[in-house]
Every structure is written in C-alpha cells, then in structure tokens.
Design a protein around this ligand. Sequence first.
Ligand code: AMP
Length: 276
Amino acid sequence: MIVVKTTQKLRQILSKNKKTVGFIPTMGALHQGHLSLVRRSRRECGFVVVSIFVNPTQFGPGEDYSKYPKDFAKDKKLLKSEKVDVIFCPSAKEIYPDNFSTYIYPKGLSAVLCGHSRPDHFGGVCTIVAKLFNIVSADVAYFGQKDYQQACIIKKMVRDLNFDLKIKVLPIVREVDGLAMSSRNQYLNKKERADAAVLYSSLKQAKILVKGGIRDPKKIIAEMKRIIVSKKNAKIDYVKIVDVINLQEIKKVEAKVLVAIAVYIGKTRLIDNVII
Ligand code: AMP
C-alpha cells in the first residue's frame, strides 16, 4: 500500500495501472461503514484507491471542521489490512491552492432535507468529489446509503457533467443497537451514545407503521417525532418522508419512499434513513 499526498504523484502511479480502478472517497476516522465500501471495491476492482481528506468547503460556519476526528495511523493500519493499493491524503493547500475559485453548486436535490440547515454543504461535496473524480479517474466509485441525499446528488452530477464512471451505493452499516456508524459518533458521551439509538428506533417504527397499513406520512412522522423527543438529549432538525428519486415530500405512502431524519444528540448532529 502506498500513501500519496500529491495529485502529480497519484497520476504518475495511475498512469502505469491497467486494472479497473475502484475509488472510495472518505474524510477518515474510518469505521466498519467505510470498510464495507473498501471491501466491496476490493472484490470488484483490480486497483483500489481510498482518499482521506477532511474537505473544508463542505462545512458551514460554526460546524465541526476544526475538530473533525482524525486518526491517520489507525486509518492506515485498517486500510492496509483491507489490501488497499493507494491512500490519497492531500493537504488542503494541495486541493485548494491560493486563488482557487471554481465551485460546483448543484440545484434541485440540494435544496431539500439537509440542504435547509446546511445550505452550502452539497456545493462543497460536489466540488471535492468532482476534483477527486478528475484526479483519480476511477472506473467505479463507492458511496454509502447513510448519506442518501449526497449519493443522489453525486449520481446526478455524474450524469449532468458526463463523468465517465459508475457510482455504487451500499447499505448502511450499524452498531448492535442500530445506530448508524459515523465518525461523528465519537463526539457522543456515554449518555448521549445510549440516547442516539433513538434515531434507528424511530425509523424502525416507521417501517412497522407502513407494514401495518398506515399510509399518511403525517401520522408516521408524528409518531417518529414522539419517539425521538422522548430522549432529553435529542433535538429534531427534520423528520421527512420523501420520494426516493426526487426527494420531494409525498402525500401518501404508495411506492418506495425514503424516511430520512437529522437529529441533534446534545451538540452532535446525526443523520439516518431507511427505504421502505
Ligand atoms: P465520510 O468519511 O463520512 O465522508 O464517509 C465516506 C463514505 O462512507 C460516504 O460515502 C458515506 O456515505 C460512507 N459511510 C459513512 N458511514 C457509513 C455507514 N455507517 N455505512 C455505510 N457507509 C457509510
């Protein structure tokens, strides 16, 4: 496994490669969710590149950019044991040199769900992902359903801007109590960590209600909110039931829907979702 910090060096390595390139963009502080993407890529591709880059342009003012968890030594060990070929871990200056001034701001899908409380987030995500796609020239890139809206926006960007690669979206990996794995779970204290299981409990309840024949999203959302706010540490950002393609709120549960939530547990904002 080679650790590469510059675009020039990475391109040099990739120019000699003839195998299919699988790419997993991450912000590090790796967990089993990330590793599920790495493993799939390792199975499907001859050459696997993982990027570790905490992207400043996707964090809003007052968000956790400066304190985002970092443990490169541990990440490196994990990726080595997964037989990754290259870790690309550029500096912020390498990616955004002085005078950098070209950004990609997606329309439509970025205005809903997380877009309300994080208005510039998906612009930052598209900008970094587009840059990484251009740098890595992968054949397949792997993303998690955990960030469902992000995956939809990236798929749309790939279509709209004619990127020549395939996007695969893999299932959410969860802790034993159902909490979706996330680098941000590290922020939670013991009580908050226990309370954070309420996100998945509320999503499970949504599934039960739909299976039981409830079709009114308002009823399902009200029940989910009741469950979430039963935990003192929890503050709801949003609980929404939307169409899986256009992410618009639906009036009746008739076809496949995405139940998506964002909840603060203490000061930590967590997201989760299920498709029903
Ligand atoms: P991040 O490092 O948080 O930017 O995540 C990098 C990639 O890992 C994204 O495509 C995420 O959707 C994916 N990911 C994060 N958490 C999970 C999880 N619990 N299960 C599956 N994929 C995940």
